[in-house]
Design a protein around this ligand. Structure first.
Ligand SMILES: O=c1ccn([C@@H]2O[C@H](COP(=O)(O)OP(=O)(O)O[C@H]3O[C@H](CO)[C@@H](O)[C@H](O)[C@H]3O)[C@@H](O)[C@H]2O)c(=O)[nH]1
Ligand SMILES: [Mn+2]
Length: 738
């Protein structure tokens, strides 16, 4: 096993190392063989095109060629992940030799974004914040900034309560060496009961009841307000002109470590700051990227820590020592001048055993970054990422000066957090028109222009010359929530597709700008993701064409006795086999892989297609699609069905129509094939594909016919899909036979 120890100056203890995956050489050899097979397939298609005798066979051949070219293109782009994968390790025990006193710890600013108190319950957001406030890190060096795009007094109220509860929670965790520092996760775990835990649990329940009853009321009534200061804070929200889309900035320092804010054991508390940036209907607010840029600026005038962690409100810290592992890289960077960020994988809790929706996104979040890490670095995935603040101000050797020096990464803050000067500066930089005539969103900060601001920003940063690191510890550093209904899963994916296409077809496209800026191999890793929606084309063609061909007794693939059949078999088994193997080697199960590949097909028929349509309507100006926040509220019944591994349809979404049509047509074609099996000589591949479709559609048939619960396929969708399937079949008779 090749082990490269990162060069560290002589005598310094080693803080991290990296090693190449053993699979690399096999991967490269396999890629060479598979590429030849693709070339052979293209040759076969071209031959078929030249030899086609009718317009019909020409059209079928050209469609299949097109579908296969896209599959080949997508396969090629994944090769970036296979060429040089590396895994890293840190040596926490050596960190103590490098950082000897509290003063040596660098400051850390943590950003938590939330956008809607009803889709993202404040209690969950508070849990996220408490989990990081309780990091094993000097509290004087820690600041937690919450951005509330929902502009909600409910969220502010929850945070005021959290600040109070935190005074007990933090010392409780630290004195007892608790590992689960997210209160909700801790109380759900098998913790050992004592009077102390009873006590803290009671306090948590009290806070929870308060937050939930305020949520129910929909506003913070006087009985919940305990001081004049609180009263003043809430009065802003109660002004009549205050709406979510239009309101002044609200900034509240809830805890200040420099002041008397001590926990119950007498230690300092970290800083805790609530921010709801100014909103106005006449200014674009750029969704999460806009929120993050406001956080960058407000934190700059308040604490300006050199390290910044971004977290979504649906993701909590699962390991109190995470920052220490980050410091192992920060204190001894592989390429000191260029270390831009350290990304942890997005990982989730609450997945069902089979992970029916492929929610783990294992390839995207856990496997591919290992490959990218060996080239230029992994992409940024929106949460669980520690940035070098300098990264937001131009490339490693081309600093871009912000418009006021106080926002620069080198500026040292001398004023206390709640001094009048700091306050007025904070409001100034949180104003909705602040970014006018500045580089924010283009050359500075998180980048605007795509609904996947994370993907786009990470890409642009690496293009500027920054490097990044992927750190995947055994115990997940962060755990997040997953959507548990198929419609939510697909809607999220659709939003991502719109955002990805916005990058793919921009002047910063990965295939033009990307190749120029970061080289062929690295940019291809990005291209793979940017062009995800393209998959809709081959998947849709393969879902419908073979089934229709079968129903019309038309042969579109080689017979089993034909030598070309072997090529098809190799291409199919090779790609699937390698993916399955990688998936299992990455620590997952065959069952989860199978579901992941099923979701790939489902997305091909739904979110990839509808995402492309939304993107087109957006660029031609028919419709504007914003950032539709994923709901984190779990309906009990839905939750139960999810735990049992049952698919949740329930809503009458157009996306379910295309999906159901494919399911119905493949079933009919397969049954037709079975009935006529004797005369089917030569239609093996068509039969196989229909059977494969049926197998993947089992939960859909079940939801259409057998289920009576709320999550079944709405009857309307079944009827529409059946009618459209008949229509498609009848049209195919006309087209294919006449
Ligand atoms: O106008 C907005 C919209 C969203 N958010 C926040 O953005 C985060 C992500 O939103 P979510 O609905 O959870 O989206 P997901 O699709 O689950 O998130 C994934 O995709 C996003 C877009 O690519 C990334 O930002 C996330 O980090 C990544 O986990 C949440 O904390 C939201 O509160 C805002 O702050 N302002
Ligand atoms: Mn999310």
């Amino acid at each position: 096993m090749a082990t490269t120890h990162t060069a560290s100056p002589a005598g310094k203890p080693k803080l991290h190392s990296q090693r190449k995956l053993r699979r690399t050489y096999f991967n490269r050899a396999f890629a060479a063989v598979y590429s030849l097979a693709i070339l052979a397939l293209v040759y076969h298609h071209v031959l078929a095109l030249i030899q086609s005798k009718s317009f019909l066979s020409f059209s079928i051949s050209i469609s299949m060629l097109f579908a296969d070219l896209i599959l080949a293109f997508m396969w090629t782009t994944t090769q970036s992940y296979h060429m040089n994968p590396i895994v890293r390790q840190v040596y926490l025990e050596n960190l103590e030799k490098v950082i000897t006193s509290k003063e040596d710890f660098p400051g850390l600013d943590i950003f938590i974004c939330t956008a809607d108190p009803y889709k993202e319950p404040p209690l969950g957001v508070v849990n996220t914040a408490l989990s990081v406030m309780a990091y094993d890190y000097p509290p004087e060096k820690l600041s937690v900034y919450v951005s509330d795009d929902g502009g909600s007094e409910l969220t502010l109220f929850a945070f005021m309560e959290a600040a109070k509860f935190g005074r007990s929670w933090l010392p409780f965790c630290k004195q007892n060496n608790i590992v689960d520092r997210c209160p909700d996760a801790y109380f759900k775990s098998a913790y050992s009961s004592s009077s102390e835990t009873q006590n803290i649990k009671e306090m948590y329940e009290k806070m929870r009841t308060k937050i939930e009853s305020v949520m129910e009321k929909g506003k913070v009534t006087d009985e919940y307000i305990t001081s004049e200061e609180e009263h003043e804070a809430f009065s802003i929200f109660q002004q009549e002109s205050f709406t979510r889309q239009q309101h002044p900035s609200v900034i509240q320092v809830l805890l200040e470590s420099g002041k008397d804010d001590k926990d119950r054991a007498g230690n300092s508390m970290p800083n805790l700051i609530y921010i709801s940036r100014e909103k106005s209907k006449s200014y674009p607010h750029h969704f999460k990227a806009g929120a993050l840029n406001t956080l960058l600026r407000v934190s700059a005038v308040m604490t300006n820590a050199p390290i910044v962690l971004t977290l979504d409100c649906d993701m909590f810290s699962n390991d109190p020592k995470t920052v220490q592992s980050v410091l192992c890289y920060v204190m001894d960077p592989p390429d000191p001048a260029k270390l831009g960020y350290i990304q942890f994988p997005q990982m989730y809790h609450g997945l069902n055993k089979a992970d029916i929706y492929g929610s783990e996104f294992k390839p995207l979040f856990q496997m591919n970054p290992v490959g990218m890490d060996g080239i230029k670095g992994p992409n940024y995935v929106g949460t669980g990422c520690f940035f070098n603040r300098r990264v937001f101000f131009g490339g490693p050797s081309s600093f871009v000066q912000p418009e006021i020096p106080e926002l620069g990464p080198d500026f040292t803050v001398k004023e206390p957090l709640d001094s009048p000067l700091t306050k007025s500066r904070a409001h100034q930089v949180a104003a909705c028109n602040y970014e006018d005539q500045t580089h924010w969103g283009s050359k500075i900060g998180f980048r605007y222009g795509s609904l996947v601001e994370d993907y786009y920003t990470g890409f642009r940063l690496l293009c500027e010359g920054w490097h990044s690191i992927f750190h995947h510890p055994k115990r997940p550093a962060f755990l997040g929530d997953i959507p548990i209904s198929l419609h939510d899963v697909l809607s999220q994916n659709k939003r991502w597709c719109v955002g990805l296409l916005e990058v793919a077809f921009s002047k910063y496209s990965t295939i033009t700008f990307g190749v120029k800026s970061m080289g062929f191999l690295a940019s291809h890793g990005f291209t793979h993701i940017a062009f995800w929606p393209l998959w809709s084309i081959p998947i849709t063609l393969y879902a419908f064409l073979p089934a229709l061909a079968l129903l019309n007794d038309i042969c579109i693939f080689p017979k089993v006795s034909d030598p070309w059949f072997g090529l098809y078999a190799f291409l199919f088994l090779g790609a699937y086999g390698q993916e399955c193997l990688d998936f299992i080697l990455a620590g997952s199960s065959f069952e989860r892989w199978r579901n992941d590949q099923r979701m790939w097909l489902i997305k091909g028929l739904t979110s990839y297609t509808f995402g492309t349509i939304e993107y087109i309507t957006k660029i031609v100006g028919i419709a504007s699609h914003g950032f539709n926040v994923t709901s984190k509220v779990i309906d009990d019944e839905q939750g139960k069905r999810y735990d049992q591994g049952i698919f949740e349809f329930g809503v009458a979404s157009p996306m379910f129509v295309t999906l159901s049509m494919a399911a119905i047509l493949n079933m009919v074609a397969f049954v037709y094939g079975l009935l006529k099996i004797k005369s089917l000589e030569g239609l093996f591949v068509e039969m196989f594909l229909a059977g494969f479709g049926v197998l993947n559609s089992l939960p859909i048939y079940e939801a259409m016919v057998l289920r009576g619960d709320k999550g079944k396929m709405p009857t309307k969708i079944t009827l529409i899909s059946a009618s459209l399937s008949i229509f498609l079949y009848v049209s195919s008779i006309f087209i294919l036979k006449i």
